[in-house]
Design a protein around this ligand. Sequence first.
Ligand SMILES: Cc1cc2nc3c(=O)[nH]c(=O)nc-3n(C[C@H](O)[C@H](O)[C@H](O)COP(=O)(O)OP(=O)(O)OC[C@H]3O[C@@H](n4cnc5c(N)ncnc54)[C@H](O)[C@@H]3O)c2cc1C
Length: 182
Amino acid sequence: MSLSKRDSPFANSGMVVTVEPQDTEPFQKEHGVLAGIAFQKSLETAAKEAGGGGQTAPAQRLTDFMKARESADLPDTSYHPGLNPARIDELLPEWMVRRMHKGLEIFGKRMHGYITSDANMVGFETRTSSPVRIPRDPETLQHPEIKGLYPCGEGAGFAGGIVSAALDGIRCAEASATIPAG
Ligand SMILES: Cc1cc2nc3c(=O)[nH]c(=O)nc-3n(C[C@H](O)[C@H](O)[C@H](O)COP(=O)(O)OP(=O)(O)OC[C@H]3O[C@@H](n4cnc5c(N)ncnc54)[C@H](O)[C@@H]3O)c2cc1C
């Protein structure tokens, strides 16, 4: 997000990390196919507690996140409810922190100055894509049992973002126009 004048000192950018089905294994015994939702909820609850309640969010300086250390204080933020210093690197599962470190190291190599103590790692945006997927036939794009139903886009678990949702929408529209239902 950047204001049209592009004069904001803040880049409200999100870092998206892939969560594979096997990553939700600790939740599968109790929650079955809804393990992803249970995992999502566990992160949201942890963030709420680490934020100190209300809408205050937990945050850590990017350099401290990379070095696995406490942030004594935090730089300015555009997040109006405010931030509370917290160990984001400990709130997140180890595998997720590892993936984020890898990505951030690449960003840091490609964009000089990206890894800075002036950046806040704020937790968590957990709703970039759906943690459940409605089954669909890969050829017809129809639901395997309900003919004429085309599970499509983010809610059905086939997209995570504006462009991928739009593309999936086009695919389903074309499929519904060319492949007869049933
Ligand atoms: C706060 C936020 C910020 C985001 N920022 C970005 C970003 O910067 N870049 C990016 O790529 N993506 C971003 N996304 C994700 C992006 O918005 C979604 O991936 C995308 O909109 C999904 O498109 P969709 O058509 O699959 O679903 P949606 O856009 O969710 O559309 C589903 C539609 O179905 C309607 N609907 C629901 N139930 C019913 C019903 N029973 N009957 C009739 N209609 C119904 C809803 O009202 C809605 O209009 C963001 C999402 C959020 C929430």
